[in-house]
Ligand binder design. Structure first.
Ligand code: ATP
Ligand code: MG
Length: 543
């Protein structure tokens, strides 16, 4: 038997060994009310990972019991995201596929005296539910006869009552220490067209009641959900036992994935999309799978991350810098190197002949070990990044300063002889001289320099907007859960940069490391193409 890597696999191994189950069937159960986020990726990797490990099955199950929020657009987006992660579901199912069956099971519960139609309003029901220390009050409608309940429930279905006028409740125990067991509502009246069943139904089952039935109907053996459903498990089991499910699916809860600086709530992400704080669900700053994909993070990095953080019973928060470290680790191996400057400063190499140009060798990826190079061009006029020059350098400043030396990546050592300032005191141009015998790979100059900076040739560099991203949320804790207080107003920075032509002429889906800046890719926007940051190079993860 495969070795268990988490507590859920341990449970499965034990059950297989003891013959409690013969095979394993899981499902990933999103509600199609938004796009999937990185938290869902954890659940997807877990459910489909178990399918693959045990040679079992896994369905994509859409929990569409809440018609007011669900849309077909979201169904399609969810499917695309799961495919992108590289998983295949056995069946695509919907809670709404089982609405008929769920209704019949409700009738069965009524016939067993285990459910009743209640006339109390939602407010009255919640007021009579009691507290953790106090039992709830029984509904005055609790002891209606089976016949009356059957009649009223059918009338509910037939649209004889207004929304909220009546509901169906399970008859369990108003004194249960578990509030979820205090005669929970299992059906409500709601005149709301459904994205799949249209106006067929005006009553809809509640999630806690529908879910065990849908699991059972699909042959699910292990119904994995997040920890907040732990208190709902007695109700899940009650439904299965009262309806005589055999074999009865087993609910197992695991900890949600939380990541610093990211909010994993579709409701909140939806608000960002709707109020225009981001460019859409797939904005590269969004923690949605569509956003992460658009950002340029490969699916295998995300899967690897989910594997590394593991599955446990204890809630915890993962530092976003850990996710970034995983992305960097992968891209460091796979990304080509290239040169771009975000804030170009003109550099004139005074002692380089006018009109001359030469080709130099540039190593495509020093990490892949094949030593392959490509040609870059050098001339008298280049640009370096404003951040690689300092007017008032701190001690141990190894980049360019007046009268200081620095190496231009894969080219020559230069020295800054003069600084020309603009009207506002900004550095406008650097007059430098180069050391002809310091060519990279063949340096006989004997000059030792510690700093290497990137540059582009002014004669062939391409103007391009370069986008860098900050987090959507600041990391500080706020007392309330109103995320708008935590919004980072500067999550998008755009630079009028310059890049070597290679990047814009090469195939569009490649990823590049710009020295000391980060990993970038080309990205289509409304009015053309920009370079978009995947992850910065700065590693602030606390190892
Ligand atoms: P949201 O609040 O974002 O809508 P949800 O839990 O309501 O999240 P669902 O579409 O109901 O979203 O979730 C589908 C599955 O994904 C569920 O099994 C849920 O437990 C799981 N899931 C959702 N968020 C996370 C998370 N942060 N970590 C792990 N699993 C998650
Ligand atoms: Mg939900």
């Amino acid at each position: 038997m495969a070795e268990a890597t988490n507590f859920i696999e341990q449970i499965i191994n034990d059950e297989l060994e003891n013959g409690v189950v013969k095979s394993v069937y899981t499902r990933f159960p999103p509600e199609p009310n938004g796009y999937l986020h990185i938290g869902h990726a954890k659940s997807i990797c877990l459910n489909f990972g178990i399918k693959e490990k045990y040679g079992g099955k896994c369905n994509l199950f859409f929990d569409d019991t809440n018609p007011s929020k669900e849309k077909t657009e979201f169904v399609e987006a969810i499917k695309e995201d799961i495919k992108w992660l590289g998983f295949t579901w056995d069946k695509e199912t919907y809670a709404s596929d089982y609405f008929g069956k769920i209704y019949e099971f409700a009738i069965e519960l009524i016939k067993k005296g285990k459910a009743f139609v209640c006339d109390m309003t939602a407010e009255e029901i919640s007021a009579s539910r009691g507290t953790l220390t106090e039992a709830g009050k029984e509904s005055p409608y609790r002891n209606r006869s089976v016949e009356e309940n059957l009649e009223l429930f059918k009338a509910m279905k037939d649209g004889k009552f207004a929304d909220g006028e009546k509901c169906l409740r399970a008859k369990i125990d108003m004194a249960s220490p578990n509030i979820n067991m205090r005669d929970p509502v299992i059906y409500r009246i709601l005149r709301q067209p459904h994205h799949r069943t249209g106006n067929t139904w005006c009553i809809y089952p509640m999630y806690d009641y529908a879910h065990p039935i849908c699991d059972y109907m699909q042959g699910v053996t292990h119904s994995l959900c997040t920890l907040e459903f732990e208190d709902h498990r007695p109700l899940y089991d009650w439904v299965g036992i009262e309806l005589g499910f055999s074999p009865k699916p087993r609910q197992i809860e695991f900890a949600r994935l939380n990541v610093t600086n990211l909010v994993m709530s579709k409701r909140y992400l939806k608000k960002l999309v709707e109020d225009g704080s981001v460019e859409g669900w797939d904005d590269p700053r969004m923690p949605t799978l569509a956003g992460i994909r658009n950002r340029g993070v490969p699916a295998e990095v995300l899967k690897d991350f989910c594997g590394r953080i593991g599955v446990s019973k204890a809630n915890s928060e993962v530092q976003i810098s850990y996710l970034e470290a995983c992305i960097r680790e992968y891209l460091n191996e796979h990304a080509e190197r290239a040169m771009a400057v975000l804030k170009p400063v003109k550099v004139t190499i005074a002692n380089y002949p006018d009109g001359m140009s030469e080709e130099l060798d540039f190593e495509i990826n020093p990490k892949d070990g094949d030593g392959k190079t490509r040609k870059i061009t050098f001339s008298k006029n280049i640009f370096i990044d404003a951040d690689d020059f300092s007017v008032a350098p701190p001690p141990k400043y190894f980049r360019l300063k007046k009268d200081g030396y620095v190496r231009l990546k894969s080219a020559f050592i230069i020295k800054c002889d003069d600084v020309i300032f603009g009207d506002n005191g900004e550095v406008k141009e650097l007059i430098c001289s180069y050391v002809p015998e310091s060519k990279s790979g063949n340096d006989t100059s004997g000059i030792k320099v510690k700093g290497v900076v990137q540059w582009v040739n002014a004669d062939d560099a391409v103007d391009v907007k370069i986008r860098k991203y900050g987090y959507l949320l600041n990391d500080e804790e706020y007392p309330g859960q109103d995320f708008s207080e935590r919004m980072n107003k500067e999550s998008l920075k755009v630079f009028e940069g310059k890049v070597e032509p290679y990047v814009m002429n090469n195939s569009a889906d490649k990823v590049y490391q710009f020295i000391r800046t980060g990993y970038f890719k080309r990205f289509a926007v409304k009015d053309g193409e920009v370079l978009s940051e995947i992850v910065s190079l700065k590693d602030n993860f606390n190892k």
